[in-house]
Structures are given as structure tokens and as C-alpha cells.
Design a protein around this ligand. Structure first.
Ligand SMILES: Cc1cc2nc3c(=O)[nH]c(=O)nc-3n(C[C@H](O)[C@H](O)[C@H](O)COP(=O)(O)OP(=O)(O)OC[C@H]3O[C@@H](n4cnc5c(N)ncnc54)[C@H](O)[C@@H]3O)c2cc1C
Ligand code: SF4
Length: 339
């Protein structure tokens, strides 16, 4: 049985107290929300905080309301909302934001969604077959670059870690152009979702360790639609080995009335260390009515730069081929929804 190491657990009631506790704890302190990622990682000694600061008692991190900033007219969601709550909220599920609810509902199992939060999902550690193992297993291979070692077992001559971004909700946030609100010792800053992530398996977030991801701002629902499709081995349980988030802004009414795509984003999860936007795939759709030809061009454009590594489930060449299939399915769903 894997056991948690001993640590000090702190429960602030305000953001200010949480920041002060983190300052007291220094580099040996970490925030926790639902703990469904951090605690298993602590059991495997991936992260070894001496002080764990729970964010779940801070009321403003649970708030859902109207958005400010560039997202005026949209909604702002506190990051400690659970994935179950996020997926069930009518303001998210029965609105332009339904893809956010769908992605949240596809995360692991009901029990984990009852504990796991939006913020934890967006800050989820990157994953790799050589890393998500017990301490003893990793010790037997002399560890790897991401923790305690020097080499990357996936690409031994590589100077970087290729661990995979495995969040279901992150690609949707990047695709719809959400903004993330960060609160740190120096105050508040707002970053576009795509700038929150680095394509680096170790330093995969641009967030500083002492910053709290306090809220997510979803843009106003002004003529766009989005969907999320996920590939995994067990439909009831597993992490994505490929996620496809498709976002389309329309001009005009339905496709039968000549409505056309004026802007589009296709973002892949599970194939890189960050949610990877494929600019050429979005560009292939602009000006189209989402015809079969335009969808095929976008799927082809997504297939080429999709370069899954051999460090998660399934054969990597098959996963790459599935990019074409899943982009096609996602765009066909958007077209069907449009009518
Ligand atoms: C068996 C299993 C299956 C899983 N399947 C999936 C899956 O299919 N898809 C998926 O996306 N995830 C999956 N997960 C991962 C995880 O359950 C979810 O991503 C969950 O949403 C994480 O949220 P949490 O609140 O539990 O995160 P925590 O464990 O509390 O935190 C995760 C990380 O984020 C940091 N953090 C948390 N909240 C904040 C904040 N507000 N500000 C700053 N830092 C913060 C923590 O310090 C920690 O580093 C799975 C986990 C398990 C154990
Ligand atoms: S990609 Fe390489 S360095 Fe990163 S976790 Fe896997 S084996 Fe380790």
C-alpha cells in the first residue's frame, strides 16, 4: 500500500490568509483543492510538500456569477467548484458553454468528480508512463528528468521532458478563449487560457507556485459553438490519450441558410505537454459552411502536427491516426448542432 508522507495541513478561510500561509511555508508549501491529483502524487513522492494549504474553505473560490474584464457578458466561475457541480450547472450545461460541462463530465469517475475541482483540473500535473509509477518503480529505472533523475526515457537524447497534458477541461478553455484570473502576493492578473500553459512536461504552467488560480472567465456567448471529444481506453474511467476541442464562430443563421464560419479553433489534448492549438486546422474552416471537404481539410491539417509520444496508453501511430477521426467527428457534431 502506498502511504502519504506526514505533512502540515492548513485551512485558510480567505484568499489573503491562503497567500500568507504559502509565504510562511515557502517552496515546501503547496495548494490543494480536491486532492485527487496531488495526494496520489504525494504517495508516489512526485511532489513532497511539507505544508499543504487547502483552498476549499475560501468562499469566493466557489462563486459563480457574471464576468468582468474582456469577458464582460460571459460568466466567471470560481475554481474550487467541483467537476460534478460544474457539469450540472444549468448556466454551463444548457448554454453556449455546454462543451465545458461535457468535458468536466468526461473526467474519470463520479467519485473523483465529486472531489476534483475545476482549478485542480486546469493545473493537473503532466503524465507519462515512466513517471506515474511508485517511488520504488521509478527508483528501479534510476528515475527520470521530471523527478529525481537526469534522463528522459521516452526520448533519451532530449533535453526536455515530454510528459503529456492530460486535462479534459483545459483544451476546451483554450479553444473557447477563456481567461484565467490569478491572485498572488503582488495582486491579481488575468491571462488568456493558452498563455497559462507551456509546452514543457516539467514547467507546464506559466503560473508562479505562490499564485492561486482563483477564477475562470468564459467569454460572452455571441455566435459561437464548441464541442469536446475524448479518446481513452475505458469510457468510464481513464485519462484522455487524445482530446479534441473544436470552437466555431458563425456568421448568418443555419448552414442551410448560407451561414458561414468566420473564425475557428481546433485544440488537441493528450498529444503534447500543453493543450495544442492547430492553427491550420482552424484556418481550413474559415469561409466554409462546414462542408465535408472543409472538415476533411481541417482533419488533415490536425493530423500532421499531432505528434503523440510513446508515453501513454495505446500504440502511438494509431493515436495519431485517431486525430483525423476525432477532429472529423467533433466538427460533424458542430455542423449537426447548427442544423
Ligand atoms: C484514477 C484517476 C483518473 C483520472 N482521470 C482523469 C481524466 O479522465 N481526466 C482528467 O482531466 N483528470 C483525471 N484525473 C485527475 C484529477 O482527478 C482531475 O483532473 C481533477 O479535476 C483534479 O482536481 P483536484 O481539485 O482534485 O486537484 P488537486 O489534486 O487538488 O490539485 C492538482 C494540482 O493543482 C494545484 N491546484 C489545485 N487548485 C489550484 C488553484 N485553485 N490554484 C492553484 N493551484 C491549484 C495543486 O497544487 C496541484 O498541484 C484522474 C485522477 C485519478 C486518480
Ligand atoms: S517524458 Fe521523459 S522526462 Fe518526462 S516524465 Fe516521461 S520519461 Fe520522464
Amino acid at each position: 500500500m502506498l502511504r502519504l508522507p506526514s505533512f502540515t495541513y492548513r485551512q485558510p478561510k480567505t484568499l489573503r490568509d491562503a497567500l500568507a500561509m504559502k509565504a510562511d511555508a515557502g517552496p515546501e508549501g503547496m495548494y490543494v483543492a480536491g486532492g485527487t491529483d496531488l495526494y496520489p502524487n504525494m504517495k508516489r513522492r512526485h511532489q513532497e510538500p511539507k505544508t499543504v494549504i487547502s483552498l476549499m474553505g475560501v468562499p469566493e473560490l466557489q462563486a459563480v456569477g457574471r464576468s468582468g474584464g474582456q469577458a464582460v457578458g460571459g460568466i466567471q466561475i470560481g475554481t474550487c467548484i467541483t467537476l460534478t457541480d460544474l457539469a450540472a450547472r444549468p448556466a454551463v450545461r444548457q448554454s453556449a458553454y455546454h462543451a465545458v460541462a461535457e468535458a468536466a463530465a468526461l473526467v474519470s469517475t463520479p467519485l473523483l468528480r465529486n472531489m476534483g475541482t475545476l482549478g485542480g483540473n486546469l493545473c493537473l500535473d503532466t503524465r507519462c508512463n515512466y513517471y506515474n509509477q511508485s517511488f520504488e518503480w521509478r527508483k528501479a529505472i534510476d528515475f527520470c528528468m521530471k523527478k529525481d533523475g537526469a534522463i528522459c526515457w521516452v526520448a533519451p537524447s532530449s533535453p526536455r521532458c515530454w510528459a503529456v497534458s492530460s486535462s479534459d477541461v483545459a483544451p476546451v478553455m483554450v479553444a473557447i478563449g477563456a481567461e484565467f484570473v490569478l491572485v498572488g502576493p503582488g495582486g491579481e492578473r488575468v491571462v488568456p487560457a493558452d498563455r497559462f500553459y507551456n509546452n514543457d512536461g516539467i514547467n507546464y504552467l506559466t503560473k508562479q507556485p505562490d499564485e492561486i488560480l482563483s477564477a475562470v472567465r468564459l467569454p460572452p456567448p455571441d455566435g459561437w459553438d464548441a464541442v469536446y471529444h475524448k479518446l481513452r481506453r475505458r469510457g468510464s474511467f481513464d485519462f484522455p490519450v487524445l482530446g479534441v476541442a473544436a470552437w466555431i464562430r458563425w456568421e448568418g443563421r443555419g448552414t442551410r441558410d448560407g451561414g458561414r464560419v468566420v473564425e475557428a479553433r481546433i485544440v488537441l489534448g493528450g498529444v503534447a505537454s500543453h493543450p495544442q492549438e492547430i492553427g491550420d486546422a482552424g484556418a481550413a474552416l474559415v469561409g466554409s459552411t462546414l462542408s465535408d471537404e472543409a472538415i476533411a481539410a481541417a482533419a488533415d491539417a490536425a493530423f500532421h502536427p499531432s505528434k503523440p509520444m510513446d508515453n501513454t496508453d495505446f500504440d502511438l501511430s494509431w493515436r495519431k491516426q485517431m486525430t483525423r477521426v476525432y477532429v472529423t467527428r467533433a466538427l460533424e457534431e458542430v455542423r449537426l448542432r447548427r442544423g
